[in-house]
Design a protein around this ligand. Structure first.
Ligand SMILES: Nc1ncnc2c1ncn2[C@@H]1O[C@H](COP(=O)(O)OP(=O)(O)OP(=O)(O)O)[C@@H](O)[C@H]1O
Ligand SMILES: [Mg+2]
Length: 673
């Protein structure tokens, strides 16, 4: 704009009007505070000054009028002659306008928007009008905005933990970041322009999930889900996905912002945690059940001892009487069945005293092959044992019971025939497996039967859990397997598919040189001499007396420890056979220790149904588990006398041990129990 002040031919009222208008115009200009408005003469000398100029530049009118306007320029601009150039430009081009730095009176700088117009009067230049505005704030804000946009772009494009990208309204990828590339495997040039549905799995795509996600985002303002997504290389990852619609100022949809995170690891950790929690709950349940069944089994044992102990006497009494003999046999059979049951219960509660020996699984399985196939009918049994199988140390009896039960379970699951496969192979398990890492022999029993529904699968190891009709199953088979395998330091798991069969897998730890050495060979039975029986329960005692006499021993019976000690002093005793758990001041273990001190050469055999008591005494004395059968008692006593004889001859050879000398074995003082 060029301001021209035209001289007019004055008439009175006209000049008055003009005067009024000029006055108000001057007032307006002087009063404006947002703009510095002032005039320069043709040389750039300041001619007048308004309120805005004073506010913005800091000079009062009288300080500045008469000075050259170059004082507002920073020294470096002054040095290169910018002030003169500005006036020159205004003159030449009719206007000078710029956004540049200016100085205040106090030396501070501000960013200014400057316009300089030349003023002409009757065709000749009379000066310049300068209008300056302080736009520092606007400039700062704009800079900040630009910077933040730059930062944001940088941030988004460099974030690698999240795929952050935009979709156009049709779902085509319109921007891409480093996270997108890292997580999904596509570079920006490969993916931009492609529809985002390619990140979905085939079934999800077929089900129209990508379009559905956009629709929900559009309608609800946001879409969020977790699900499987596909990488460029075809692998899957578990993704957490958020889609936000982006709308323009007019509300028109311009696209979608999409955030995808790969949470496969988190999901796996979560799953692992849940698995551990489930296992923990499972083992707690098993422990609690074990406590209960163990307690019951122990008491039941004592009852059985009484029954089976008297059977022999009974049989003798009824010899010749057919009905009597049949009854005695029925009682014997029931007692044996009862003993098996309690043994299973004890095994489940891991209180069974096991007799682990190194075994060759192939030979072991061969040896019971006949038993296994008997009763299988039209079911085929396949055995598949890997060569060079590591040895394991297990209780042979328990192992056989387990295998027979598992085969019967498999058979029962295949009423219309099928195949049972028993296989064994070596298996080095790493961390995170079902058992502690290490070497195991893995034995699987697989059938092609009906399978087990999930709700039942969780309960099959529980004692007395059975789905079989009354009289067919007691529900202790798998409990025995569970207990025996865990007691052997292994574990067992079961997997089943309805309609196609069940696989039961047993892991038994590989035997070490130590465990093999520990399993020693046993001597064969045979016995004579006087046994001192220490037993507080008269019924159990009389049953035991029967068994001992049957084996050829003479028996003296003591009700408690005090009587027992007196017996040993008064009568010639060759062997002591004592219950561990007894009421009174001295229990069986303490009694054994006293005897050992006084009569170090007197063989002592302890017995109990409690594994706790067994553990405490194990290091010092041999222990026979209750209920015992006659051959077990016979073998234990025979071994004891054999050992005593060996010891005696060794002692004689050395000729150093006076009566009451050094005791055999380690000697630990009785604990307060
Ligand atoms: N191979 C299998 N296929 C299908 N179901 C099975 C299989 N093995 C076990 N089960 C289920 O688990 C339950 C418990 O098995 P378990 O061996 O503990 O007891 P049982 O066979 O019922 O009785 P027991 O073995 O004491 O005679 C069975 O009743 C059956 O429901
Ligand atoms: Mg069974």
């Amino acid at each position: 704009m060029t301001t021209r002040i035209e001289k007019s031919a004055n008439s009175e009222p006209a000049s008055r009007e003009l005067f009024e208008s000029e006055r108000s115009f001057r007032l307006l200009v002087e009063g404006v505070v947002d703009y510095a408005i002032f005039m320069l003469d043709p040389n750039g000398i300041i001619a007048n000054w308004n309120a805005g100029a004073q506010r913005i530049k800091g000079y009062a009118a009288d300080e500045v009028i008469g000075q050259h306007f170059s004082i507002f320029y920073p020294p470096e601009d002054r040095a290169v002659g910018l002030p003169a150039q500005a006036l020159e430009t205004a003159r030449r081009e009719g206007k000078f306008s710029a956004q540049c730095a200016r100085m205040r009176k106090d030396g501070g700088r501000f960013f200014a928007s400057v316009v300089i117009d030349p003023l002409y009067e009757e065709g000749s230049l009379v000066g310049f009008a300068s209008i300056t505005r302080d736009i520092t704030e606007r400039e700062t804000a704009q800079n900040a905005l630009q910077q933040s946009e730059r930062d944001f772009r940088l941030l988004v494009s460099n974030v690698t933990d999240y795929a952050l990208y935009m979709l156009d309204p049709e779902g085509r990828v319109s921007s891409w970041n480093a996270g997108g590339e890292r997580i999904k495997g596509y570079t920006a040039s490969e993916i931009i322009g492609q529809n985002f549905s390619r990140f979905y799995t085939e079934p999800d795509r077929a089900a129209g999930r990508p379009a559905r996600a956009l629709r929900i985002a559009r309608e609800a303002g946001r879409y969020e889900e977790e699900g499987w997504r596909v990488r460029k290389d075809g692998s899957f990852f578990w993704a957490s996905v958020i889609i936000d619609p982006i709308r323009g100022d007019d509300g028109e949809l311009v696209g979608y912002a999409k955030i995808t995170r790969d949470i496969t690891e988190r999901r796996e950790t979560q799953a692992a945690l849940e698995r551990v929690q489930r296992q923990l709950a499972e083992s707690q349940k098993m422990d609690a059940l074990g406590q209960l069944t163990g307690g019951i089994a122990h008491d039941f044992n004592n009852l059985l001892m009484v029954v089976s102990g008297h059977i022999l006497t009974l049989k003798k009494l009824v010899a010749g009487d057919q009905r009597g003999t049949r009854a005695a046999l029925a009682i014997e059979h029931a007692a044996e069945r009862g003993a098996t049951l309690t043994a299973q219960l004890l095994t489940f509660s891991r209180r069974q005293q096991l007799d682990p020996r190194p075994i060759d699984l192939r030979a072991q399985i061969d040896s019971i092959h006949e038993v296994l196939i008997s009763g299988l009918g039209n079911i085929e049994l396949r055995i598949d044992i890997a060569p060079d199988l590591w040895p394991v140390t297990v209780d042979v009896g328990e192992f056989e019971i387990a295998l027979v039960n598992l085969t019967i379970n498999a058979r029962d699951a295949m009423p219309r025939g099928g195949v049972i496969t028993i296989s064994a192979k070596n298996s080095a398990l790493g961390e995170g497996a079902v058992v502690e890492a290490g070497d195991y022999v893995e034995i699987t029993i697989q059938d092609t039967g009906v399978g087990i529904p999930d709700d039942i699968l969780a309960r099959v190891f529980d004692p007395f859990f059975t789905t079989k009709p009354i009289g067919k199953g007691t529900g202790l088979g798998l409990s025995q397997v569970h207990g025996f395998v865990h007691q052997a330091g292994g574990t067992v798991k079961i997997a089943s598919t309805l309609g196609s069969g069940t696989i039961l897998t047993i892991y038994l730890p590989r035997a070490t040189a130590q465990t093999i050495a520990a399993a020693k060979t046993r001597t064969e039975p045979g016995g004579n001499g006087t046994v001192l029986l220490v037993e507080d329960n008269p019924d159990v005692a009389s049953a035991s007396v029967g068994l001992l006499e049957q084996l050829g021993y003479s028996v003296r019976w003591a009700l408690d420890a005090e009587t027992a000690l007196r017996e040993i002093d008064d009568n010639g005793i060759d062997l002591v056979f004592s219950d561990i758990v007894m009421p009174g001041r001295i229990d069986g273990l303490a009694l054994a220790r006293v005897i050992r001190q006084k009569h170090p050469l007197l063989p002592i055999l302890l017995t109990t149904g409690y594994s706790e008591a067994r553990r405490n005494a194990r290091a010092d004395f041999p222990i026979l588990r209750k209920p015992y059968r006659v051959h077990e008692l016979s073998q234990a006593l025979a071994e004891l006398t054999q050992e005593a004889a060996d010891q005696e001859s060794a002692d004689r050879g050395l000729a150093t041990s006076p009566q009451g000398g050094a005791p055999r074995g380690t000697f630990t003082p009785a604990r307060d129990e």
